[in-house]
Design a protein around this ligand. Structure first.
Ligand code: FAE
Length: 520
C-alpha cells in the first residue's frame, strides 16, 4: 500500500466509476470521512462491493499553480465550500477583519452556520482528514467508560484503538528533534509556560509523517506543514484517509467513489426491498448538474455528525423514515471546544516558522472541577507574532438537538451562545493561571468584537445519533433493517480529546459486528 500511494490515490478518486441513475448496489456509504472509510475498507476486504457517495471533490488534480491545495496565507476558491469570502476561525488580527473575498467553489473546508454555532468540516474524498491537524489521541479510558458505558472498554483498548491507529498510520515525533526544531519553538514555549504554572503537558501522536517534516526543515523535501498548510489541505506529508483506509479499500477493486454527489434522501424502496437513495451531482460551482436515484440493499450513514443528523431528522420529519427513534437528532455537543490566544512578552518569541501540525497538549483532564485538555496550536503567519494559541477541549454538559424546520426546509441546531459558559470557565481556570504566572494577558483582537474566547465555532461536532440511544449498540437504525450510522454522530457530544481516533476505532468495532451478523 505504501509503495505506490499516488497510483492508489488515483484509483480512489476515479470519477469514471461514479454511480449512474437507476443502478442497484449491495452497499452504499454516504460520506468518505473516518466512519465511511473504515466501513468501506472492512466491507471490501470481506468481498462486498461498496459504492461511496461524497459531496466534496476528489482532491487529486492540481490547480493552475501546480498545487492541489492552497495555503492559509493565500486562500483562494479551493479553501472554502461555496463561500464568497473566507471564514477563518481566527477571524481578526489587531482588531481588523482578516477574511478576504474568494471565488465561489466547492472548496475543502466548510464552516456550516447554525443560529449560534459554526461547525467546521472537511469536504472531499477523505472528509475531515483533509483539513484537520492530524492529532491522533486515544481518549482517557475512564472518560471513555463514562461516555459509552455499554461498550466493552477492554475490547476497545486491546483491539480497536490499536487497529485504528495502525490503519491511520499514526506516528510520533522524535523527542530529540522536537527539542531542537525551530518550527516547534511555539510548542516548547507553550509547554514550558504550562509546566511553570503547574500543568502537565504531553506529546501527542499524529498522522503527519514526521520523517517527511524533518526533511522539510532540512530543505530536502517540499514544504507543507512548514508552508502554512493545514486547514485548507496539506499538499505533502499528511497521511489523510485517501492515502490510508480509502487507498487500501480501493486496492481491493471493490470500491467505487462518486465525488461531487450529495445525498438528499433515503427511504425504503417501493419494490424489490432495500432503500432508494436520491442524490444530486454538483459541478465545482455548486450547481446541480444531474439528479440520480439509486437503490441499495444496505446504506451506511457516514456523513459526519452534522451531515448524518441532518439527513435523518429530515427523513423522519418528512415521513420517509417516519419510524426512526425520537433520539435521532438529539445529544449533539461541540466536544467543549473553545479557542483562545495569549500575548507573550518580547523575550518569549514563539517563532516566525511554525509547523502547522500540533504535537503537544496541556493535560488537565484529571482536575475534577475544571477538566481541560488544550492543544498548543500553531499560528503559522510566517512571521514572529509572540502569540500562543490554544484549542481547549472541555467537559461541557450542554447538548443541542437538530430539528427539521418545515418553513425553511432546513435543519436547525438548538445550541445557544451562552451554552459555551462551562467551557470558558474550565479553560479560563487553566489560562488565567498561566497568564498570572507569566505576567501576560489574553489577546482580545482575534475573534472580533474584543472577544477573548473563540466560543461560537467548533472543529469537533459530535452526536446527533448517539450509540445505544438512536441506534443499537453497533450503529444499527433498528427500525429500518439495513440502515446503519458509522460516524461522529454516534459519540454523545464529547470525547475529552481530539475525536477522530475514537470515531475510527468505534467504526472498526461496529463494522466487525455488522459483517459477522448482517451479511451472509
Ligand atoms: P467527516 O470526516 O466529517 O466525514 C463526513 C463526510 O461526509 C464529509 O466528507 C462530507 O463532505 C460528507 N457528506 C456530508 N453530507 C453528505 C451528503 N449529504 N452526501 C454526501 N456526502 C456527504 O465525518 N480531530 C482529531 O482527532 N484531531 C485533529 O487534529 C483534528 N483537527 C481538526 C481540525 C479542523 C480544522 C477540523 C475541521 C476538524 C478537526 N478534527 C480533528 C475533527 C475531525 O476531523 C472530525 O472529528 C472527523 O473528521 C469526523 O469524522 P466523521 O467520520 O464523523
Amino acid at each position: 500500500m505504501l509503495a505506490a500511494p499516488s497510483l492508489l490515490t488515483e484509483a480512489v478518486a476515479a470519477p469514471t466509476r461514479a454511480l449512474s441513475s437507476g443502478a442497484r448496489v449491495p452497499v452504499l456509504v454516504i460520506g468518505s470521512g473516518y466512519g465511511g472509510a473504515v466501513t468501506a475498507l472492512r466491507l471490501t476486504q470481506a468481498g462486498i462491493r461498496v459504492a461511496m457517495v461524497e459531496m466534496g471533490r476528489s482532491w487529486t488534480a492540481p490547480g493552475s499553480d501546480g498545487k492541489i491545495f492552497c495555503d492559509m496565507l493565500n486562500p483562494d476558491g479551493r479553501s472554502y465550500w461555496l463561500k464568497d469570502q473566507t471564514d477563518a476561525p481566527v477571524s481578526h488580527f489587531m482588531g481588523a477583519p482578516y477574511n478576504k473575498a474568494i471565488p465561489r467553489y466547492t472548496g475543502v473546508l466548510d464552516s456550516e452556520r447554525f443560529a449560534a454555532m459554526r461547525v467546521y468540516q472537511g469536504r472531499g474524498v477523505g472528509g475531515g482528514s483533509l483539513v484537520n491537524g492530524g492529532m491522533a489521541v486515544v481518549p482517557k479510558r475512564q472518560y471513555f467508560e463514562e461516555i459509552l458505558p455499554d461498550v466493552d472498554a477492554d475490547e476497545m483498548y486491546d483491539v480497536y484503538f490499536p487497529r485504528a491507529n495502525t490503519g491511520l498510520q499514526v506516528n510520533s515525533i522524535d523527542p530529540t528533534w522536537y527539542n531542537s526544531a525551530s518550527c516547534y519553538q511555539y510548542a516548547r514555549v507553550g509547554s514550558s509556560q504550562a509546566n511553570s504554572a503547574g500543568f502537565k503537558t504531553v506529546s501527542v501522536p499524529n498522522v503527519y509523517d514526521f520523517s517527511y517534516m524533518q526533511r522539510e526543515l532540512a530543505g530536502t523535501a517540499q514544504r507543507s506543514a512548514l508552508a502554512s498548510e493545514v486547514i485548507y489541505g496539506n499538499n505533502h506529508g499528511k497521511q489523510s484517509l485517501d492515502k490510508t483506509y480509502l487507498a487500501a479499500a480501493a486496492a481491493t477493486g471493490r470500491l467505487s467513489i462518486s465525488p461531487l454527489h450529495k445525498v438528499t434522501a433515503v427511504y425504503p424502496a417501493a419494490v424489490g426491498g432495500g432503500y432508494t437513495v436520491e442524490m444530486q451531482q454538483l459541478d465545482t460551482s455548486g450547481k446541480v448538474v444531474a439528479n440520480k436515484t439509486v437503490t441499495a440493499d444496505k446504506v451506511f450513514f457516514s456523513a459526519g455528525s452534522v451531515g448524518t443528523s441532518k439527513l435523518l431528522v429530515t427523513m423522519r420529519s418528512t415521513g420517509r423514515l417516519r419510524d426512526l427513534s425520537d433520539a435521532v437528532g438529539e445529544g449533539w455537543g461541540n466536544n467543549g471546544n473553545v479557542m483562545v490566544g495569549r500575548a507573550n512578552h518580547m523575550w518569549s518569541p514563539t517563532g516566525g516558522l511554525q509547523a502547522s501540525i500540533p504535537v503537544r497538549g496541556i493535560d488537565n483532564w484529571d482536575d475534577r472541577q475544571h477538566p481541560c485538555f488544550a492543544e498548543i496550536a500553531p499560528f503559522p503567519a510566517g512571521t514572529e507574532l509572540w502569540i500562543s494559541l490554544y484549542l481547549a477541549i472541555t467537559k461541557n454538559p450542554n447538548r443541542a438537538a437538530f430539528t427539521f424546520n418545515p418553513t425553511t426546509g432546513r435543519v436547525d441546531l438548538s445550541w445557544q451562545g451562552s451554552w459555551s459558559g462551562p467551557s470558558i470557565t474550565a479553560a479560563a481556570n487553566m489560562f488565567n493561571k498561566i497568564n498570572s504566572r507569566e505576567w501576560t494577558v489574553y489577546r482580545t483582537d482575534l475573534f472580533g468584537g474584543n472577544k477573548t474566547w473563540g466560543d461560537d465555532f467548533t472543529y469537533h461536532p459530535l452526536g446527533g445519533c448517539v450509540l445505544g440511544e438512536a441506534t443499537d449498540l453497533y450503529g444499527r437504525l433498528t427500525e429500518y433493517p439495513g440502515l446503519y450510522v458509522t460516524d461522529g454522530s454516534l459519540l454523545p457530544g464529547s470525547t475529552g480529546v481530539n475525536p477522530f481516533v475514537t470515531i475510527a476505532a468505534l467504526a472498526e468495532r461496529n463494522i466487525e459486528n455488522v459483517i459477522g451478523n448482517d451479511f451472509g
